[in-house]
Structure formats: C-alpha cells, structure tokens
Design a protein around this ligand. Structure first.
Ligand SMILES: Nc1ncnc2c1ncn2[C@@H]1O[C@H](COP(=O)(O)OP(=O)(O)OP(=O)(O)O)[C@@H](O)[C@H]1O
Length: 244
C-alpha cells in the first residue's frame, strides 16, 4: 500500500506539487490522471525516493520513505519516465544487473527472469543487446527489471507512452495480472480512456492539486456526466493537455 500525505514540491516559483494526498491500495489499480504539467511525474519521483519533497510524507507498506528509503525501495518496482537501459547489455543482462543490486541469489535470479521473460512475451528479444530496441521492447525490458525482486507495490510512469495498439493492450493485460496477484499498482497517464478502462480508483490531479479521488463510476455519478471523458473535463475545467 502507498500512502501520500500532503506532498509539496516547488521549482523556483513553480508549485509543481501543492498539497497532494491519496492512498493506493493492494489488489487495486490506482490511476493518477492529469493534463501535461499537472505534477504527476514529480509526485511519482517523490514516491520512489528519487526526489525529496519540500514537505509531506510518503509511506510504503507503512514505512516512511524519509526515514528508511532503502526499505521503501525494496518494496517498490518502478518504471520511471526515463526508461534508461544499458545498451551494451542484453535485455536479460539488464534485468539480471538489477536483480544483483537487489541482492537476489543466482537461482532466484534465473527463475524470476525466466518467469518475467515469459509473462512479458519477450523470449525473442531477451538475449539481444538493447541498443536499437523499439520503444515497446525498451518498456518491456524496463518493466521486467522493475519487477525482478517481486515487489508488492508497482509504480509506472506513463507505461503505454509511445506504444502501438497491440503493445498497449498487452501492457494493460499485464497490469491487470499484477493487480490480480494482489499488488498495489499505481500508474500515471493523461489518457482518459486508459484510466477509465483499467482503474479501480482514479486520482485526478491538476495544477499540482488533487481535484478528485473516486472510482470511475463514482466520478461519473458525482459530475452527472454520461461519459468519463465529460466527467474529467468538468472536474479539470479544461480539455487542455488531456488525450481521449
Ligand atoms: N526539474 C524541474 N525543474 C523545473 N521545473 C520542473 C522540474 N520538474 C518539473 N517541473 C515543472 O513542474 C510542473 C509539473 O511537472 P511534471 O513533470 O510533474 O508534470 P506531469 O503531470 O508529469 O506532466 P506530463 O504529463 O507532461 O509528463 C511543470 O510545470 C514542470 O515544468
């Protein structure tokens, strides 16, 4: 479970995150939806301890990220906005490198990597150097790397960004699998349809603040809008920066 309490982060005069609070529960997919520049990536970066908040608290499975960042990182699998792979290593070697950093023994590494290569349908690329990989191949490798230590909480920054229709569908199926395994899945998106189709809970963020935190059905009911798309536009007060 991930709990975010009154997070703040400013860059000079820009209040990127201005008092964000929400809870992402185990066995659920929580979507962080907002237009471009809303503060999604900045929020996620503070969650996975890459960036220090100016104020506020992050708890992962009850552990305070400021007090014990290492324990928090062990409980998190992260697909960051920069997918960054080592291009001279094969996909399998990239994943194995992370597994070693997580302190997994050789037998565990081998079985986890084999399972992920199968689950993500990447046996054809697993032993290729990642230099020249397509966007979809890069995302698959980065996700396998993020999950190699079997974390209970998974954070994905715009996981379908740049993927084609088939790869997007496969990614959504994979995210549902993570949820069915009982994990806490938190992802960011500016694609309304995606969030509506996948999420148990939607946290809408605009100008650094949470403007709604509901199930998709409750959001529709609350705004009286027939479609989720209309509901989002009503809540955010503008269509700018959102994609249908
Ligand atoms: N390192 C930084 N230095 C200065 N400003 C930043 C920095 N990171 C983010 N910002 C600003 O903070 C605000 C929020 O940015 P953020 O990347 O969190 O938004 P986002 O919701 O992820 O947007 P997108 O959907 O476009 O990725 C923006 O105004 C952005 O320009």
């Amino acid at each position: 479970m991930i709990e975010v309490k009154d997070l703040h982060k400013a860059f000079g005069a820009v209040k990127a995150v201005d008092g964000v609070s929400f809870v992402a529960r185990d066995g659920e997919i929580t979507g962080l939806l907002g237009p471009n520049g809303a503060g999604k990536t900045t929020t996620l970066r503070m969650l996975y301890t890459l960036m220090k908040p100016d104020a506020g608290q992050v708890l992962v499975d009850g552990i305070d990220a400021a007090a014990d960042a290492t324990a928090v990182r062990r409980r998190l699998g992260v697909l960051p906005d920069a997918r960054g792979l080592y291009k001279r290593l094969s996909a399998r070697e990239n994943i194995d490198y992370f597994a070693r950093l997580q302190g997994l023994d050789a037998a565990t590494r081998r079985s986890r990597i084999d399972a992920l290569v199968t689950a993500l349908d990447m046996s054809d690329i697993a032993d290729r150097h990642t230099e020249g990989f397509s966007q979809g191949q890069r995302v698959k490798t980065a996700i396998a790397r993020a999950l190699v230590h079997d974390p209970g909480n998974v954070i994905l920054d715009e996981p379908t960004n740049g993927l084609d229709v088939m790869a997007t569908r496969a990614m959504r199926t994979f995210m549902r699998k993570l949820k069915d395994e009982g994990r806490c899945v938190l992802f960011s998106s500016h694609i309304m349809q995606e969030v509506g189709a996948l999420c148990d809970r939607i946290v809408v963020i605009a100008r650094g603040r949470v403007v709604a935190d509901e199930s998709p059905d409750a959001l529709r009911a609350q705004t009286g809008a027939a479609s989720l798309e209309d509901a989002f536009v009503k809540i955010i007060g503008s269509e700018e920066g959102l994609a249908a």
